[in-house]
Design a protein around this ligand. Structure first.
Ligand SMILES: Cc1cc2nc3c(=O)[nH]c(=O)nc-3n(C[C@H](O)[C@H](O)[C@H](O)COP(=O)(O)O)c2cc1C
Length: 211
């Protein structure tokens, strides 16, 4: 399936069949997710795969009893690292070793990232931004592989972190239910027309529909 078709076909699933998602598929999905860009390549995003039925039942309670969390054979908790900026030197080293940029540029990047994200609000926004991009990659890839997905923010983040032993530094960004299509799903919902969303050829000082 080509990318545009996958983007257009993706819909938010509420119902899943009982067919499990293989580990090979899971790895393919995370590999697709990690291709997403992040600021300075900080790579904030991590994933917790909840697969065991009893674990999914516990997760369902944390997700305000949304049945799809139990029904889907795989639930991915997308986590954003609030301290990615403190660990950026490792990434910069890998990029230097790969010959992408040199050590003096790496030192400059490390300094810029450490200072730039010292403000927790900025680090928080960046973790969400990166997590969202990775999640979208993952859902597009899943569609291309014949899977269906459902993004969710309806869960108690504090309870989730405590129950699944998630360290303080990781922010729950999103949950994604993943599996094969079940019966009774709504089709993809409507979207506003392009002309309502787009301002063409924006110029300084000119007013437009978003002014
Ligand atoms: C950030 C985010 C959070 C969402 N949280 C939930 C949720 O907790 N429960 C749910 O049933 N759907 C949730 N959804 C799914 C949306 O309702 C769905 O994407 C939207 O209605 C559009 O449907 P479509 O993707 O099938 O067109 C969420 C979607 C996003 C992007």
């Amino acid at each position: 399936m080509d990318t545009l078709t996958a983007i257009k076909q993706r819909f938010s699933a509420n119902h899943f069949s009982s067919r499990p998602v293989s580990d090979e598929m899971l790895v393919t999905l995370i590999d697709a997710a990690r291709q997403a860009p992040s600021s300075f390549n900080q790579q904030h995003t991590r994933f917790l795969a909840v697969q065991d039925l009893a674990a999914r039942q516990t997760l369902r309670a944390i997700a305000y009893n949304q049945a799809k969390v139990e029904e889907a054979p795989l639930v991915l908790v997308v986590l954003g690292d609030l301290r990615a900026h403190e660990h950026f030197a490792e990434v910069a080293q890998a990029d230097v070793q790969a010959g992408i940029y040199n050590q003096s540029l790496a030192d400059y990047f490390v300094d810029t990232v450490k200072n730039g994200y010292a403000d927790p609000a900025r680090a928080h926004d960046e973790a969400i931004r990166s997590g969202a991009l990775a999640a979208m990659n993952l859902m597009t890839a899943a569609t291309a592989l014949g899977l269906v997905t459902g993004p969710m923010i309806g869960f108690d983040a504090a309870k989730l972190k405590k129950t699944f032993a998630i360290a303080e530094r990781y922010l729950p960004v999103l949950m994604i239910t993943v599996g094969y299509n079940g019966e009774g799903n709504w089709p993809k919902k409507t979207r506003r027309p392009v002309e309502e969303l787009l301002v063409r050829d924006a110029r300084p000082g000119q007013r437009h529909l978003l002014s």
